[in-house]
Write a protein that binds this ligand. Structure first.
Ligand code: SF4
Length: 477
């Protein structure tokens, strides 16, 4: 036994230090959680700490500390937090050895959602006061998180049709088997017939349910119903071609410190309408006069780029390449040069295309440009168009898009900065969440859950940047 380090005898008297504080290291993150929460004005943040009659409840500060500690240590479920409160010395230190039951813990997260989200914003302000957020540039991205809703409990017109076809095919197959069984005699055949009849009844019942669901889906506002979590929506994944039922977390991350300065949970499967909203929230959180926002092409929308510019936000993102001509091996719109002074285009053959018409597409006013040269002397037409003439469409505010493209050209590494700023954040949070991602249901509760994850992420990030003593000093100041 002499070869190994020996532990203490667990029956030894006075084996424990006399005070629980001795168990918590001076630079333990739990100390900064404690200090941060104690310095908060919980009533101003919206926590409900009104006196109630009957048995006194737990103080919201203690409950908030318990949750922040839990999310910092990947203990997110209320049942596991209850267990930790009874056996984890750091939690005992934090809560004063109080051990609320799991229902009380879960109720706090459900009832204090708005206030918890305000705490998350308050921590960003603390990071700002520490000078961690430069405020000039953020990267925005969205990521899908699995909801508490299995895929077969989510219904869209497409999935219902597919399931109906499957049930139909099964009914046909079972009817054929029933015909065969009917032609046979004996006890085994009778048993088989009874079994097949039961199965057919079951399939017909499924079909009736699907027909009822089809009507319900048609009547729902966005043609979709999720049975377990009514707010969760089918999210297609462009990269893998697969899908999941979940939520879309939008996050704006400071490119210098990688602190998440703003976030929002939505249940849209695309990011196209989120650029201005995230940019505005990020500018408010960082206090920047002018904020540059980096995003990927999934955020591209002419009206969003225009709205950003009007709000004093400078977006930088690439335009999606949707030219059918380019895909067919012909010249794309980018091969035509706009001449602002004359409001004309110069085509690759050197001809001048003038404005001919205007049209309204998806709420945007577009101008059309063409040249009569297409119909007569063009020798390179085969490279340009398969129609009688080539037409170029230009949005009435196209100069906003051109200015953005010019910014992107001046900053060729912009998308690399975007990627390395924001993508690992989602990976880290998903890693902490585990395979099933979300624990709560409905948009409101998922928003609170995400805020706790982001608060924990920012805590860890700030500790990595300035250390526990530095953070404690900032809280005290
Ligand atoms: S087809 Fe028309 S637009 Fe295209 S290169 Fe020829 S003249 Fe120019």
């Amino acid at each position: 036994m002499g070869r190994f380090i020996e532990g203490c005898d667990r029956r030894e008297q006075l084996f424990l230090p006399p005070c629980i504080d001795d168990y918590v290291a001076d630079d333990s993150p739990v100390r900064i959680v404690d200090m941060f929460v104690d310095e908060l004005d919980l009533s101003a943040l919206g926590f409900d700490d009104a006196a109630v009659t009957g048995r006194p409840g737990y103080h919201p500060a203690m409950m908030l500390k318990l949750y922040i500690y839990g999310y910092l240590n990947q203990v997110q479920s209320s049942r596991r937090l209850e267990r930790e409160a009874g056996r984890n010395v750091e939690v005992m230190w934090l809560t004063g050895k109080l051990a609320p039951d799991f229902k009380t813990i879960a109720d706090f997260r459900r009832d204090q959602g708005a206030a918890i989200q305000a705490v998350c914003r308050r921590f960003v302000l603390l990071c700002r006061s520490l000078g961690l957020i430069a405020g000039g540039m953020v990267a925005v991205d969205g990521s899908r998180f699995r909801a508490v809703n299995a895929r077969d409990r989510n219904f869209t017109p497409v999935t219902i049709r597919r399931r109906m076809e499957q049930v139909d095919a099964s009914i046909v197959r079972y009817l054929g088997m029933l015909d065969t069984a009917d032609r046979q005699e004996g006890e085994a055949a009778e048993l088989r017939t009874a079994r097949l009849t039961t199965r057919l009844d079951e399939l017909r019942r499924q079909m009736r349910q699907l027909e009822a669901m089809e009507q319900a889906v048609a009547a729902s506002p966005d043609r979709q119903i999720s049975l377990t979590d009514p707010d969760a929506r089918a999210m297609a994944s462009a990269g893998t071609g697969t899908g999941q039922v979940g939520y879309n977390l939008q996050a704006a991350v400071d490119t210098g410190s990688h602190i998440i300065v703003a976030h929002e949970v939505i249940n849209l499967s695309h990011d196209r309408t989120s650029l201005t909203n995230m940019g505005t929230q990020a500018r408010e959180a960082t206090g920047a006069g002018t904020l540059t926002v980096l995003a990927d092409r999934g955020y591209f929308s002419g009206s969003e780029v225009l709205a950003c510019q009007e709000a004093g936000i400078v977006p930088i993102l690439p335009k999606p390449l949707t030219s059918g001509a380019k895909a067919d091996g012909r010249w794309g719109k980018q091969d035509f040069v706009y001449q602002a002074a004359s409001d004309t285009y110069r085509c690759p053959a050197g001809e001048t295309m003038t404005r001919r018409f205007s049209t309204l597409e998806h709420g945007l006013t577009l101008y059309g440009y063409a040249t009569p040269a297409c119909r007569s002397q063009c020798t390179v037409k085969a490279n340009c168009t398969a129609s009688i003439e080539r037409r170029i469409k230009r949005w009435e505010h196209e100069e906003v898009i051109e200015a953005m493209q010019a910014r992107l050209d001046r900053m060729p590494g912009a998308m690399r900065v975007r990627r390395r700023t924001v993508e690992h954040v989602f990976g880290t949070i998903k890693d902490w969440m585990g395979r099933s991602h979300l624990k709560t249901r409905t948009m409101k509760n998922v928003g609170t859950e995400m805020s706790l994850h982001i608060l924990a992420y920012n805590f860890k990030r700030a500790i990595a940047l300035v250390g526990v003593p530095g953070l404690m000093e900032a809280v005290r100041a």
